[in-house]
Design a protein. Structure first.
Length: 100
């Protein structure tokens, strides 16, 4: 009976050891999961911030595109007025020559 008693004691010690190891593994896993969740939340916040910055940059690009279009229209009008001025200046020279 002593042999079976020591065998039972060994099994009980093994069971206690396994339970302790499982608790340690559970604690380590919980800690790793908490760290992973914290990192994920941090990255999510960073991604949200970057998304906001990207949206703001897109809005600026839209405004710049509108300004560029305005500048292009103004440039075309200036060229049109320069052409008109050249024609008128030529007409004035002709008129002055004819007057003399």
């Amino acid at each position: 009976m002593a042999a079976s008693s020591s065998g039972v004691d060994a099994l009980e010690r093994n069971l206690v050891d396994c339970q302790q190891r499982r608790q340690q593994a559970d604690a380590a896993l919980t800690q790793l999961l908490a760290q992973a969740l914290q990192q994920l939340c941090s990255q999510s916040a960073e991604a949200t911030s970057l998304r906001g910055m990207l949206d703001a940059m897109r809005a600026v690009n839209v405004k710049l595109a509108a300004q560029i279009k305005g500048f292009e229209k103004a440039e075309a009008r200036v060229k049109e007025l320069e052409g008109y001025w050249r024609r008128e200046r030529g007409s004035m020279r002709c008129w002055l020559r004819c007057k003399q």
